[in-house]
Structure formats: structure tokens, C-alpha cells
Write a protein that binds this ligand. Sequence first.
Ligand code: AMP
Length: 400
Amino acid sequence: MIVLVINAGSSSLKYQLLDTQDGRVMAKGLCERIGIAGSRLKHEPEGKEKYVVETPMPTHQTAVQLVLDALVSPEHGVIKSMKEIDAVGHRILNCADYYTQSVLIDDDVKETIRKCFSFAPLHNPANLMGIEACQEIMPDIPMVAAFDTSFHQTMPPQAYMYGLPYRYYEEKHIRRYGAHGTSHHYVSQRAAEFLGKDQEGLRMITLHLGNGSSISAVKDGKCQDTSMGLTPLEGPLMGTRCGSIDPAIVVNIMEQEKLNPQEMDHLMNKESGVLGISGVSSDFRDLEEAAQADNTRAQLALDMFSYQCKKILGSYVFAMGGVDVLVFTAGIGENDCNTRAAICAGLEDLGIKLDPAKNDGLRGKEAVISADDSKVTVVVIPTNEELMIARDTEAIVKSL
Ligand code: AMP
């Protein structure tokens, strides 16, 4: 089946056209600066030259039309006509506890996405715009919503509840939902497959470490706990997000600096994390370069990141009563051997022992990086959220 996977942001739209039979990416690309001056489309068709065009994109609908034009273009295209697209899969950030798996999009689903705007004010409205733009242009093609929160719906209440008055859960749906669910789902499944193990009886900790980072405890293939919370702000400090902090700090800073909620939100989401600590960058490559040049704050940011990840990892080992497999994924997890080594350092007594010869320099490919005598198997599995969404889309559409 040929599936178009769409990940719509407020001013961007990422896409991949996949053949689910072999997971082949036929084309992928990105529309940037939608609704802003200087919009452009970067289109990468399989086996053809990359194509970049600057052209006005006032709305998501224009962006979707440009993507479809590129996909069918004789010069840059990979299909002859739009009719070859069997289905569209949309990535949706948060649908609270309404869906435990991907679903066929109908009016009720769109209404639920709208109901959840307050949980993902930047992402859900943009995701919905992406759906509506595609429906306008491709009204007869079935569309599926894949939620970043659905994989985490198997968490037990003791993991997802916050210690606030119960009515906030009952009336306002305040609880842990997690994020990156599609990625945690994909890498946990793929790691078991790669290692030739059955997910049943397997205790895994999946570390999705990128610009946003989250860690999940996955037992028997099901999520037991995850570090992101009501929103993607909780967990270790991230590129620009502060991660978990004493909640009283929020009130303290707002009072001292007379900040309104939006300003405080911006401070925690955009000015904090390793960028805020180092004052250098949110990118780990820049931080490592700066740390090597004796920038102590860049080193501190790196140390804080691996220390906080290690603490969460430790808490999940106890939550599951042990761990069999650790999985590293996403930009940092897949590429940064120093951070992987720092997170696993000193855990030999707990059965986690990396093999430097396997870990050092390993980037972006599936591999075991633990030593042969490590009790816990440590692997790197490049994430593939698009393939997971395409497979879900295929399964739902085939069952219609
Ligand atoms: P993601 O959000 O998964 O795309 O991850 C992006 C982040 O991965 C970047 O901001 C970098 O911090 C990190 N990253 C990517 N490549 C490398 C690398 N070779 N070494 C260290 N960090 C990397």
C-alpha cells in the first residue's frame, strides 16, 4: 500500500510517501514558513535530484497541493497520479485518553482533536489544519490519525496521576499522557525483532533522546511509565526545555519577574534546557565542541543531561523490577556515543556495560553496543515514526 504520512506543524509540514510492503521511502520532504514570507518546499524523491523551490504558501492547503504536485511531477515525482496514494496517515500530538490506538479520521475524531487543543496548543491546531487541508484536496482518500500519546495509554494510574486534588483529573483531565509514543512503540518492537526476542516477558527502557527527549519503561511490549507528562515539558532537561523542576520555581519566577503565563511558558520551553544552561546552543554537537574548548557551562549542560537521564533510567529499573534491554534512539541517542557512554557509565554493578569498541563512533544504524558479558543488552535503533504511522494506516484501511 502507498501511504502519504503527514506531520503538520504551525508553519511547517513534513511528509513521506512510503510503500508499506517493504518500508521504502519513495519521497520525503518539508514545507517551511507556511503563512510567512519566504515559504519553500524541499522535496527529496527516491533516485532523483533533490528539488527545492521558494514559492508563496499562504495556507496548509497550498502546501499540501505543492507536495502533491511534486509527487506526481514528471521531473521530480515518484508516482504518475494522485490516485496511486491509497491512504494518508496524520501524526497528532495529543489526544489525551480518548484513543488507545490509531483511528480512521471522521468528524468525531476531528472534534476530539479540537477538544484536546489545550493539551497541545502549538501542535494540535496545526495537526488539524493538516488533516483539513488534505481532506479538501483528497476527499475520497481514507485518512488515519496516529497519536503521540496512544502508546502510553497502558500506563497504570499510579504512573499517570499527579499528586494534585483529584478533581483536576476528573474535571480537567490533568494527568500524564507522555509523547513520542509512536517512536517508543516502533523502537521497542523493532529492538525485540532485531534481537530475536519475544516482547512478552521482556523489560525494556527506551530512550528517545533528541531535541525533545523522553524515556519509557516498556514491559511485555506495553508502556508502563514515561517521562513526558501532561505536556512534552517534563522529564530530563532538553534542547530548550527545562524538563522536570520544582513546581514552586514557576510561581517564584512569575512573581519576581512579573511574568504572565505565556511568558513563563516561553521561558521554560524555549529559553531553558541545555541552551539555557550553556548559553551556547541547544545542539549537542555544538555543546561537545564548546566543552572540548573548556567551556565549563557547556560541559555542565552535558553532565546535567546524562545525569538526569540516568536517574530516570534508574527509577524505571526499580518500577519494572529490573531491565533486560536498553534502547537508544533519536538524534542524540542514535548519533552521540559520548552521551550514550555517559548515561551508562558506572552501571556495571547493575549489569549495564557498554563495549567502547562497539559504541564509539556508531551513528544512525541498528547495533548492539553492550559488551558480550553485559547482563543488560544495550542497542541503538534508529527511530522510524513515519513507518509506524504508515503501518497503522495500512492496517486500519485494510480492515475497512
Ligand atoms: P532530533 O530531535 O531527534 O532530530 O534530534 C536532534 C538533535 O540530535 C540535535 O539537536 C543534536 O543535539 C543531536 N544530534 C544529531 N546528530 C548528532 C551527533 N552526530 N552528535 C551529537 N548530537 C547529535
